[in-house]
Design a protein around this ligand. Structure first.
Ligand SMILES: [Mg+2]
Length: 357
């Protein structure tokens, strides 16, 4: 599917007001003064990933000392800043956003995690620009590129992702959020699917564990848990302890992911560092502050922002995403129908959603 053109749809009452045209935009004070509904949080998760990825794109590859101060970080960097991906218009999501949408579309189409279908959509993205804005692919990760080569050769998707220890980039983590929002199974079932989702491009146990921890963190955030990270960590330990095959995953969690350590990272492309960086960024304030904090770490700015922005969007709801960012996000018209379906499926507790805890 190309991302250009297409009829504007508005199945949800929320979303950028100038798109829906149903009600005047609430003032900033009104938007900030009330708790988001579950439906707004569901929307916020997906839009949060896309907006944050797009915001981070021009800052990628820069060292933290080269990143502008927070007030100057925006879709368009300040004059004099050397933009990464200079040929890419502001407001364009990269591989992160495109793969989030590949996974979301696959889940909604099949109503299950179908790795064959996900693998085909990822190849379709890389080869034909499916889910890429303007159909233009850029910023493809090294391990993902290797995995897509394997998929094209006919390697089954659960064996396609490189599984050596040095193949632990953040490429399967950056796209996994839709799984956590869409999933209505138990924590254990979500963990199993988070692992499987990773295998298509990142087969090592460490990448699988990071995806599982992130999914539970997202689920607890959506459910409004008091301390979503701690609750997710406890649930993951429980899931690994309960399963006979959980021992290597539990060892990986304790010795390499180390979720009890203080939050903080370097903004790198290493999956564990990315998750830690995102955890730190999420604690830095409202949605905009979270995205800017993630970008301030430099290096893999778009992916750190995407991973953190998804959680911040789930936490604060779509209403907390600055309207100037939603308005300036390119290609969003094609996403709105997908988000509307997800909102209907998972937006209300009692209709497939989990009850708040
Ligand atoms: Mg990217």
């Amino acid at each position: 599917m190309g991302m250009g053109g297409g009829a504007t749809q508005c199945a949800g009452a929320r979303g950028p007001p100038e798109v829906c045209g149903r009600q005047p935009a609430p003032s900033e004070a009104e938007r900030m003064s009330r708790m988001p509904t579950r439906a707004e949080k569901v929307e916020g998760g997906i839009w949060g990933c896309l907006v944050a990825d797009a915001c981070g794109v021009p800052y990628e590859f820069h060292r933290p000392e080269e990143i502008p101060s927070a007030p100057l970080i925006d879709f368009v960097p300040p004059p004099g800043f050397t933009r990464a991906h200079a040929g890419t218009p502001p407001g364009t999501w990269s591989d992160d956003g495109a793969q989030v949408l590949c996974l979301l579309a696959s889940l909604l189409h099949h109503n299950r995690l179908d790795l064959d279908d996900l693998g085909r959509r990822l190849v379709n993205w890389n080869d034909h620009g499916y889910m890429a804005v303007d159909g233009r692919v850029f910023d493809v990760g090294v391990q993902t590129g290797r995995a897509l080569l394997a998929l094209r050769r006919g390697v089954p998707p659960h064996e396609a992702g490189p599984a050596d220890e040095y193949a632990n980039g953040n490429g399967s983590l950056m796209r996994v959020l839709p799984l956590a929002i869409w999933h209505r199974g138990t924590d254990e079932e979500l963990v199993v699917d988070a692992h499987r989702q990773s295998l298509v491009t990142h087969g090592h146990v460490r990448s699988q564990v990071c995806c599982a921890l992130y999914c539970l963190w997202a689920r607890r955030t959506l459910d409004g848990a008091q301390d979503p990270w701690a609750s997710a960590t406890a649930a993951l330990r429980e899931a690994y302890a309960a399963g006979a095959e959980g021992a290597p995953f539990l060892a990986e969690l304790e010795f390499n992911v180390r979720p009890d350590e203080p939050a903080g990272g370097q903004g790198s492309g290493y999956v564990v560092d990315c998750l830690r960086s995102a955890r730190w960024a999420v604690a830095q304030g409202d949605f905009e502050a979270v995205v800017k904090a993630a970008i301030s770490l430099g290096h893999d700015t778009d992916t750190t922002a995407c991973v953190a922005g998804g959680i911040a969007g789930l936490r604060d709801g779509v209403g907390a995403i600055p309207e100037r960012w939603l308005r300036a996000l390119r290609g969003r018209e094609e996403v709105e129908p997908l988000v509307a379906v997800l909102r209907v499926l998972r937006g209300e507790a009692g209709h497939g959603g989990r009850s708040a805890q």
